[in-house]
Design a protein around this ligand. Structure first.
Ligand SMILES: Cc1cc2nc3c(=O)[nH]c(=O)nc-3n(C[C@H](O)[C@H](O)[C@H](O)COP(=O)(O)O)c2cc1C
Length: 308
């Protein structure tokens, strides 16, 4: 069975990746993983560490997470130590893990995205970049993810700054027409798009009359959002020629197969890492048998093959 996938310039050993913000910087979770039999981070198709910004950010006021029916809300607010600290302290460990590292970045302006991309293009061990234009939990976090022309010029600028480094653009579901933004990312020179980031939501404690999150609103993730994500992957597959990484509520091999059929060439596992850390390895080991059951010899043969 051929598990390799190519997303434009980005070549991965298999299509099972872990999503930004749900896997720390790999070191943080490696202890949990080392206690589980057959866990080996080097086997992952790719790791997208928590989004970094140019300068450190403290994140939002607590509480930052809250459970909901079939999912969770978060409003972390891009809490991170900044680019320089990431390169000095996190990259050396990530490099050792042995699976492709796709660094997620968020800038306050197009210039800042490009500046960060130029720095990271020269860092050994960075396999690609994921442009987070879809964070619902910070002011202006989705400015480039909601406006097609802003998205296209952002990606064009980043592409110029980072040369041939593979570029993935991570899309927000909090738009009227996600295909417009996907097309803009393609026009700007993205190798792939990933979708979806979290769905903007809210929880209220009626007894205290206060929102359950310090930020008021937050991003909904987990099984609750899977149907939204599948529908958007299906639509984007029909709108662009570049490959898609599917994200949203994936926790089993069946979920993955559904995303492949909808049009995803690879998937990212997010919230499931919190409540079932074994999920990602279970999915990976079940993949060859599921592809065989579907009657194909590679992931590529099944992508977008849903029959309507
Ligand atoms: C606690 C938490 C933190 C997250 N942080 C980030 C982040 O820093 N950057 C990003 O692009 N997405 C972030 N996400 C979104 C996930 O990467 C993913 O797109 C989303 O949760 C949907 O997938 P899931 O339903 O499998 O979790 C975060 C999600 C959660 C739950």
């Amino acid at each position: 069975m051929n598990l390799t996938v190519s997303l434009g310039r980005l070549h991965l050993p298999n299509p099972i990746l872990v999503a930004s913000g749900t896997f720390g910087y790999a070191k943080d979770v490696s202890e949990v993983f080392s206690q589980v039999e057959k866990m080996d981070l080097a086997k992952l198709g790719g790791i997208i560490p928590k989004t970094i910004t140019k300068m450190p950010r403290p994140g939002n006021a607590p509480p930052r997470t809250c459970e909901t029916a079939a999912g969770m809300l978060n409003a972390i607010g891009l809490d991170n130590d900044g680019l320089a600290e990431f390169v000095a302290q996190k990259i050396p460990y990530l490099r050792e893990v042995g699976s492709p590292i796709i660094v997620s970045i968020a800038g306050r302006s197009a210039e800042e995205y490009a500046e960060m991309a130029a720095v990271l293009a020269d860092v050994p061990g960075v396999a690609g970049l994921e442009l987070n234009v879809s964070c619902p939990n910070v002011a202006h976090g989705t400015d480039f993810g909601k406006n097609a022309s802003a998205c296209e010029s952002l990606v064009t600028g980043v592409r110029k700054a980072c040369g041939e480094l593979p570029l993935v653009v991570k899309l927000t579901p909090n738009v009227g027409d996600v295909t417009e933004i996907a097309r803009a990312a393609q026009e700007g020179g993205a190798d792939a798009v990933s979708l979806i980031n979290t769905v903007l939501g809210m929880a209220i404690d009626w007894r205290t009359r206060k929102p359950r999150l310090g930020n008021g609103f937050g991003g909904l993730s987990g099984p609750a959002i899977k149907p939204i994500a599948l529908r958007m992957v299906y639509q984007v597959f029909r709108a662009v020629q570049i490959p898609i990484i599917g994200i949203g509520g994936i926790e089993t091999i069946d979920d993955c197969m559904e995303f492949f059929l909808a049009g995803a060439s690879a998937v990212q596992i997010g919230t499931a890492n919190f409540y079932r850390p074994t999920a990602v390895m279970e999915i990976l080991s079940a993949l060859p048998a599921a592809l065989a059951e579907a009657g194909v010899r590679s992931v590529r043969e099944i992508v977008g093959m849903v029959e309507m």
